[in-house]
Design a protein around this ligand. Structure first.
Ligand code: SAH
Length: 256
């Protein structure tokens, strides 16, 4: 089963007890990789108390200062949100998302993100996701406890893995661009768009979010990523006048 390859990422969990309960939820379903981004209480005895027997997951849990660290090398990022959002990656039901996650985990690291107890995931964090998953709960009261949400999703992941009916996608020659490469691309794109005055430096926000959605929907592979970076590098060289053709022209100017 590919469950071992799946990272469960808790973003800034506030309560150590929830971290322990999440570890237990994961272990009961055969998941093992717990990543914590800036946990507010860590290390903390409540975590081990609530893990009750899943302490081994806590011991090997990876702690990161920021989300980038937890997403390093990830080819697919899925975020769980208690709210439906108007500007976000395509939404998928838990079983559907679970099939995708299990299938892709055979090929590259996959991260499943859960938000803070009080405020969930920020827009910026949701913008890192290729898919958003909402557990269809009581619309009047739809916010599950963090560890309960981890339990529901872990269960779905296990069912998907057990069903084994996951249809393999045609293997691409290239792996997908990783989450960290996509961040480099977005930085490069933003800088370039400001430079060519397509974006205003003060307020690149909304357009950049839309571009993120576009690229995250397309999910460029490694080769396409390199092509995009190459295009941006050339645009910048053009702005600097340092393209080979431009150098020749200025050389001629000097002579004349
Ligand atoms: N008040 C917060 C709820 C946070 S609950 C909010 O409105 O976003 C903590 C985390 O558990 C959420 O960030 C999400 O990752 C997960 N979660 C809780 N309920 C969920 C649901 N119905 N569907 C998907 N994820 C859920």
């Amino acid at each position: 089963m590919n469950l071992e390859q799946i990272r469960i990422v808790l973003v800034e969990p506030q309560l150590a007890g929830n971290i322990g309960s999440a570890a237990r939820a994961m272990k009961t379903m055969g998941l093992g990789q717990l990543h914590l981004v800036n946990p507010q209480q860590w290390p903390h005895p409540d975590a081990a108390t609530m893990a009750s027997g899943a302490d081994d997951l806590l011991q090997v849990a990876r702690v990161h200062d920021n989300l980038e660290g937890a997403l390093e090398g990830a080819g697919l990022v899925v975020g769980l949100s208690a709210r439906t959002r108007n500007l976000s990656a395509p939404a998928e039901a838990p079983p559907q998302a679970a099939r995708r996650v299990v299938e892709e985990a055979a090929r590259h690291p996959v991260a499943v993100l859960f938000g803070r107890e009080r405020t969930g995931l920020t827009n910026e964090e949701v913008d890192r996701c290729h898919r958003i998953v909402h557990i269809p709960a009581n619309p009047e009261f739809s916010s599950l406890n963090l560890a309960a949400a981890v339990q529901v999703m872990s269960y779905e992941l296990r069912q998907a893995a057990l069903a084994g009916e996951v249809v393999p996608q045609p293997a691409s020659e290239w792996p997908p661009a990783t989450a960290d490469q996509m961040e480099q691309l977005f930085r490069h794109l933003e800088e370039t768009l400001v430079r060519i005055e397509f974006l205003r430096q003060e307020n690149p926000r909304v357009l950049m979010r839309r571009l993120r959605l576009l690229f995250n929907r397309a999910r460029p592979d490694h080769n396409e990523y390199q092509i995009l970076r190459g295009i941006l590098a050339h645009v910048n060289m053009g702005m600097e006048g340092s393209l080979p053709g431009q150098r020749t022209q200025s050389g001629q100017g000097d002579n004349g």
